[in-house]
Design a protein around this ligand. Structure first.
Ligand SMILES: Nc1ncnc2c1ncn2[C@@H]1O[C@H](COP(=O)(O)OP(=O)(O)OP(=O)(O)O)[C@@H](O)[C@H]1O
Ligand SMILES: [Mg+2]
Length: 257
């Protein structure tokens, strides 16, 4: 990625080994309704792809198809060059982290426990090792001092950073973000976006559904505009934002910018 956003609290310098991701003619339906229609996309390792588009265009569905929260109707998804359809969905979710608009932290567990639970219970690491990983991840998202706080004692932005630390604790190869800052108060958005930009700078492969056009413009290597379950236009941010080709993207940008 070309632009590194400035960090107010530089975390310990972990680096990630993001994998490539490729969607090949991916289609997905909810019952009789086709929601994704033949989506093809290549994502290079360690790059950020931002997905933009109107409500209902299929952005969340695309992410759900990538990690098989919903099974594709046809087509394929290749992670590090290999079809994910060959793996068990549970195994796949160890390799692909997902962060949602609502953080879904366990309210009765501390931040540290929230981050440690999956490496301990799902991955089967010894508890002490899972806790050590969790502590490191919390440090990296700038929350080392809040490890013992329950979610209700953290701000929305801090809770979302715990959720990101939780996904990172599994050492994913790809991170998917679905409107990760949409539920946050405006003053908390920047901290989470800065953290996301830093993950990308350190090599994570990221697919980010976002309404934050400033983030997409600054951080994305590639921006994808979806409408009605299709990719209408994809390319570098300067191309999409400054020289949109299709009338649909031109209309969308005139409404959101
Ligand atoms: N579980 C479901 N069952 C049936 N239809 C669904 C389901 N989830 C989504 N859809 C439909 O699929 C289409 C795409 O929805 P999706 O949630 O992917 O859109 P989106 O681009 O993420 O929108 P938003 O910006 O509002 O989050 C919509 O028409 C939606 O109504
Ligand atoms: Mg959505």
């Amino acid at each position: 990625m070309s632009v590194a956003m400035k960090l107010s609290e530089p975390p310990a310098a972990a680096s990630w080994k993001g994998s490539s991701l490729e969607l090949r003619d991916l289609s997905l339906a909810y019952g009789p309704i086709d929601v994704l229609r033949g989506v093809s996309l290549r994502i290079a390792p360690g790059t950020t792809t931002c997905i933009i588009g109107p409500s209902g265009s299929g952005k969340s569905t695309l992410l759900r198809g990538i990690n098989r929260l919903h099974e594709p109707k046809s087509g394929d998804v290749l992670l590090a060059g290999r079809s994910v359809l060959k793996d068990k969905p549970d195994a796949l979710r160890l390799r692909i982290g997902m962060v949602f608009q609502h953080f879904n932290l366990f309210p009765d567990h501390s931040a540290l426990e929230n981050v440690a639970l999956a490496p301990w219970k799902v991955k089967g690491l010894p508890k002490a090792q899972a806790m050590a990983i969790a502590r490191q991840r919390l440090d990296e998202v700038g929350l080392g001092q809040r490890a013992d706080h329950r979610p209700r004692d953290l701000s929305g932005g801090q809770q979302q950073r715990v959720a990101i630390a939780r996904a990172l604790a599994m050492d994913p190869e790809v991170m998917l973000f679905d409107e990760a800052t949409s539920a946050l108060d405006p003053e908390l958005v920047k901290g989470v976006l800065t953290l996301m930009a830093d993950l990308c700078r350190r090599g994570m492969t990221m697919v980010v559904v976002t309404h934050e056009m400033g983030f997409a413009r600054k951080v994305a290597d590639q921006v994808v505009f979806m409408d009605e379950g299709e990719i209408v236009e994809a390319g570098p941010p300067a191309q999409l934002f400054d020289a949109p080709q299709s009338p649909r993207l031109q209309r969308f940008l005139s409404e959101v910018l």
